[in-house]
Design a protein around this ligand. Sequence first.
Ligand SMILES: NC(=O)c1ccc[n+]([C@@H]2O[C@H](COP(=O)([O-])OP(=O)(O)OC[C@H]3O[C@@H](n4cnc5c(N)ncnc54)[C@H](OP(=O)(O)O)[C@@H]3O)[C@@H](O)[C@H]2O)c1
Length: 228
Amino acid sequence: MKPTVLITGANRGIGLEFVRQYVDEGWRVHACCRHPDAANQLYELAGPDVLVHRLDVADAGQITALAGKLRDEPLDLLINNAGVYGPPGARFGALEPEGWLDTLRINSIAPLLMAQAFRNHIEAGGGRTIATLTSKMGSIGDNASGGSYIYRSSKAALNAALYSLSLDLAPHIKVLILHPGWVRTDMGGPSGEIDAVESARRLRGLIADAGPADSGRFTDIDGSTIPW
Ligand SMILES: NC(=O)c1ccc[n+]([C@@H]2O[C@H](COP(=O)([O-])OP(=O)(O)OC[C@H]3O[C@@H](n4cnc5c(N)ncnc54)[C@H](OP(=O)(O)O)[C@@H]3O)[C@@H](O)[C@H]2O)c1
C-alpha cells in the first residue's frame, strides 16, 4: 500500500510543491485547498493518487467533516502547511483585533484542530507524523527587529501548542515543528533565499529522517534547532 499524506493549503506555494514531490515519490496525496474551483495548478497534478478536497482550515466544521469523509483512510503524514501573514501594514499604533484573530484562527488554532480531527487516521497509518510549518519569526529568542506583531505572535502561539502536543502524543506520534526557510512564494516574496522546490525537498528530507528526539523541536530548514 502506498504511503499517504494529507496537505493543507495545497493549491500554491510550498503546499503545491509538496503535492508534486510526494506524488512523484509514489505517495498517495490528499490535497486540501479552500477554493478547489480556482486551484488550476493543483488540478494539473490531480489523478488517481492526488485527491483534491475543499478545506478552509479556519472553519472547524469543515475540518471535522473532512475527517469524517476520510474516516477509513489511514494517514502516514499530516502536513499543516496553510498559513497567512495577516493584514498588511498592521503596525503598532494601527493594530486591530479582527485581522489578528483571523490570523490566529488559521495559523495557531487550525493546525491543532487538524491534529485532533485526524489523530485516529494518523494512528492507523505507519508513519505516525504530524509536520507543521511554523516560522522563525515565531521565535522570541531570534527576534532582533521587532514589528510583525500578528504573524510573530500567531507562530509563537502555534509553537507553544505544538510543543504541548508533542508531549501529549509521545511516543506514538511525532510532532515536527518546521521552519521552511525564507522561500520565494506569494508570502515570502521575490527576495527569499530559496524557492519552493528546494524548500519542499529539504522539508521532506527532515520529515523522512525525523526520530523521536526531533518531536517537539523547533527545527530550521538546515536541521538546526531554533531558540523558542
Ligand atoms: N514563504 C516563506 O518564506 C515562509 C517562511 C516561514 C514560514 N512559512 C510558512 O509556510 C507555510 C506555507 O507558506 P507559503 O510561503 O507557501 O505561503 P503562500 O504561497 O502564501 O501560500 C499559503 C497557502 O495557505 C493557504 N491558506 C491560507 N489560508 C487558508 C485557509 N483559511 N484555509 C486553507 N488554506 C489556506 C493558501 O490558500 P489560498 O490560495 O486559498 O489563499 C495557500 O495555499 C505557511 O504556514 C507560512 O507561514 C513561509
